[in-house]
Each structure stands twice: as structure tokens, then as C-alpha cells.
Design a binder for this molecule. Structure first.
Ligand code: COA
Length: 373
């Protein structure tokens, strides 16, 4: 068995951003245009969205997005992303490569030193050829690449797979990339979910080290863990069979087939499962939350993280113990916990423990117990 480290972390955040106020103005303009039509059809009027509600309910103030004008155009309400030729780099691969190059530079390794690319994200732009193979070809990594996903636990799941392969000696150095272009699948006409997500890409380089080797500033991956339990409370029905249920299979009906969630059920279920996961996972290593210098949790809801931590510790803990990035980025799906890690580890000392823990659709929870070298 080999010792495993995260030798590099990279994050790419799109330049464009949307504040709650801008998003709500667009949503409400659409409601104003829809309601007279609905009244004519005898339908209930749609309710407006509210920027104050969004901050209080979720903690999100703004989000960065791949393309903002199409989202804010209330006659469209979706990002406008031009199709690319088959021979051109796809957007997801490009976004993945942007964070991957930073992770490789941080690790001080060349693409040719990587022998596996895992592109693990909530959504993939297409089923095949795998986005990871496109990244492999474009960057010049060796070996192979494949795509996988586990909702918002995608990066943690990718790390679980990568660490297992490296620990077993199957791969020497794995690039785990989580490019989340989640606005592409978000229903901006759904008041319950339109404010939640933002786009971001995060990558980690996972590699083996010698038994007695020390790499100062890197994290040793002591253990990883995954937990899943079926729930339809966060679900999308958009898939390759969607069209086959429709009268006209050549026109995809999106309404009802995009991301939907029962937010308050997810909140309760994942808070309970999340804190149990943390306490049990740490206990397996003879530790309690008090032994952990820093928690990098999934960035879905500030109140939810506060509750998970309170249940785990028995008291409230502050930003220094469990930093949040969602206020300015929104929920960036699988990328969120890795962004929290990338932005909040430079002050950690050798021997400090940290816990990366992501949770979301599935339900799924993924964790990694790390120790600063
Ligand atoms: N603007 C104004 N009011 C809104 C609104 C909006 N955009 N969206 C919902 N509301 C209203 C609801 O209609 C409801 O009104 P009612 O009480 O009159 O019925 C009220 O606000 C409360 O709705 P609820 O859904 O219970 O809100 P909440 O406090 O649970 O917050 C979430 C909603 C989505 C922010 C929260 O449940 C959450 O973050 N859940 C976890 C989601 C998650 O982790 N997902 C994982 C994805 S990886």
C-alpha cells in the first residue's frame, strides 16, 4: 500500500457574476409578463422571488456564472452558450483544464506525469467521448481518462476513487477535475431553486509518495469514505430516454425535466446524515470533531453547515473552523468544498488535521480525512 497525498489544488471561477437583486429583478419581470397570460387561462398567479429571502434562507448573495446575459434576459432565462464544432475543445473540458492547469502548477508536475484523468462532476456535457479523454488529449496526460459523477459529492467521490487507485499502486498520479457548469441545467423560472447555484471548476492532483517522504504544504490523504442512500428530493429527469416518453421525440420538453428539489426535506435529511457521517468517520480514526483543525464542507446552505457543525461539536463553531465561500459563489455543486479547501489551508501547521466533506443529490456524502505534512 502506498501513502497518498493531494499535491496540487486549482480553482477556476468565471469572471461574470450575478447578484441576488439582479437575479430577482429578472425573475420578477418574467412573473409580471406571465401572470396576465395565466389569468387568461384561469391559472393561479406565480409568486415573486425576493433577495432578502434568498440571503436569509441560504446565505447566498451572488454567484459567478459562465454566461450572465442570457440568464438575466427575462425572455430567455438560461445561459447563452454557443455550440462548438466537434473538433473544438468543449466548454466543460476547457473549464476543467483551466483549474487542472493551476492544480498541476501548484503540484509542480507536468501533464505528462499524470497517468489518469477523472472528470467527476454533477453534469457532463455529453456521454461520450468522455470529457476526461478530451482533457487528456488537449493537455497531453498519459494513460487514460474517464468521467464519473455523484451530484454535489462528485469531487469527494473522485478523490475517493483516485486515492484508492493510488494507494493500491494501480495509478501513480491522478488528476481529479470537477468542472461544474450547473447554470446550464438550472431552471431559472423555478422560484424554489433559481438562486441556489453558481458555476466553478476545481481540480486536485492525487499522487503516491515514499514511505518516509515528507512534502511540506501538501495534505496526506489518510482515508476517504462514501455514503449513499436513494432520495428523489433532489432530482433531474433529463437524460437520453427523456425524448422517448414524448409525443414528438425530436423536440425535448424541458419543463419538469430539469433540476428540482424539495429544499426543506433535503435540509433536514442531509443535516442529520451529514453530522452522523462526520462523527462516525472520525470515530473510526479515534478522533472527534475537536481534533480537526478545519472542516471544508459542501457549500449549499450556510444554515445547514452551521447546524451540521453544531450537532457534530455540541456547540457552534465559527468561520475559521469551517470556512464558507457560498456567500459570493453560491452552491458550486461538487466544486464547493474543494474551493473552500483551496482558499483556506495556507495557515495550517504540519500535523493539523482537516476534513473535506461534501453532500448532496443521491443522497450522497463523501469525506476525506487529511493531515497537513
Ligand atoms: N423568494 C421568496 N420566497 C420564497 C422563495 C423565493 N425565491 N422560494 C421559496 N420561498 C417561500 C416558499 O414558498 C415558502 O413560503 P410559504 O411558507 O408561504 O409556503 C417559504 O419561502 C419557505 O420555503 P422553504 O422551501 O421551506 O424554504 P427554506 O427555508 O427551506 O429554504 C432552501 C429553501 C432551498 C434555501 C433550503 O431549503 C436549502 O438550502 N435546502 C438545502 C438544499 C441543498 O442542500 N441542496 C443540495 C444541493 S447540492
Amino acid at each position: 500500500m502506498h501513502r497518498v497525498i493531494i499535491s496540487g489544488i486549482g480553482v477556476e471561477i468565471p469572471e461574470a457574476s450575478i447578484t441576488n437583486e439582479e437575479l430577482v429583478a429578472s425573475f420578477n419581470a418574467w412573473v409580471d409578463a406571465e401572470n396576465p397570460k395565466r389569468a387568461g387561462q384561469g391559472l393561479e398567479p406565480l409568486s415573486k422571488s425576493d433577495a432578502d429571502f434568498i440571503v436569509q434562507a441560504s446565505g447566498v448573495r451572488k454567484r459567478h456564472v459562465i454566461e450572465r446575459e442570457g440568464i438575466l434576459d427575462h425572455t430567455r432565462m438560461a445561459p447563452r452558450i454557443a455550440a462548438r464544432a466537434d473538433d473544438d475543445l468543449s466548454l466543460e473540458a476547457e473549464f476543467g483544464i483551466a483549474s487542472a492547469r493551476k492544480a498541476l502548477a501548484h503540484a509542480g508536475v507536468e501533464p505528462a506525469d499524470v497517468d489518469l484523468v477523472i472528470c467527476s462532476a454533477s453534469h457532463h456535457q455529453r456521454p461520450y467521448p468522455a470529457i476526461a479523454i478530451e482533457m487528456q488529449q488537449s493537455m497531453g496526460t498519459r494513460g487514460a481518462g474517464f468521467d464519473m459523477g455523484l451530484g454535489c459529492s462528485s469531487a469527494a467521490a473522485g478523490l475517493h476513487v483516485a486515492a484508492g487507485l493510488v494507494r493500491a499502486g494501480v495509478q501513480k498520479r491522478v488528476l481529479v477535475t470537477t468542472p461544474e457548469i450547473i447554470t446550464g441545467h438550472l431552471n431559472f423560472r423555478d422560484r424554489q431553486t433559481h438562486f441556489i447555484f453558481g458555476d466553478a471548476s476545481a481540480s486536485m492532483v492525487v499522487e503516491a509518495i515514499e514511505e518516509d517522504e515528507v512534502r511540506p504544504g501538501c495534505f496526506e490523504v489518510l482515508d476517504t469514505r462514501l455514503w449513499t442512500q436513494l432520495s428523489n428530493n433532489i432530482r433531474t429527469n433529463l437524460g437520453y430516454l427523456t425524448r422517448t416518453a414524448q409525443e414528438d421525440p425530436y423536440m425535448i420538453e424541458l419543463e419538469g425535466n430539469m433540476i428540482k428539489q424539495v429544499g426543506n426535506r433535503v435540509f433536514k435529511d442531509v443535516t442529520v446524515a451529514g453530522h452522523r457521517f462526520i462523527v462516525d468517520f472520525l470515530a473510526e480514526h479515534g478522533q472527534t470533531p475537536d481534533d480537526i483543525r478545519r472542516f471544508w464542507l459542501h457549500q449549499a446552505n450556510a444554515r445547514m453547515n452551521a447546524m451540521i457543525l453544531k450537532l457534530s461539536f455540541g456547540h457552534e463553531v465559527g468561520h475559521d473552523r469551517a470556512p464558507m465561500v457560498l456567500e459570493r459563489l453560491g452552491n458550486t455543486a461538487g466544486a464547493g468544498a474543494v474551493i473552500a479547501l483551496e482558499e483556506n489551508h495556507a495557515d495550517m501547521k504540519a500535523g493539523d488535521y482537516g476534513l473535506l466533506c461534501a453532500f448532496g443529490a443521491g443522497y450522497s456524502i463523501g469525506g476525506a480525512l487529511l493531515r497537513m505534512m
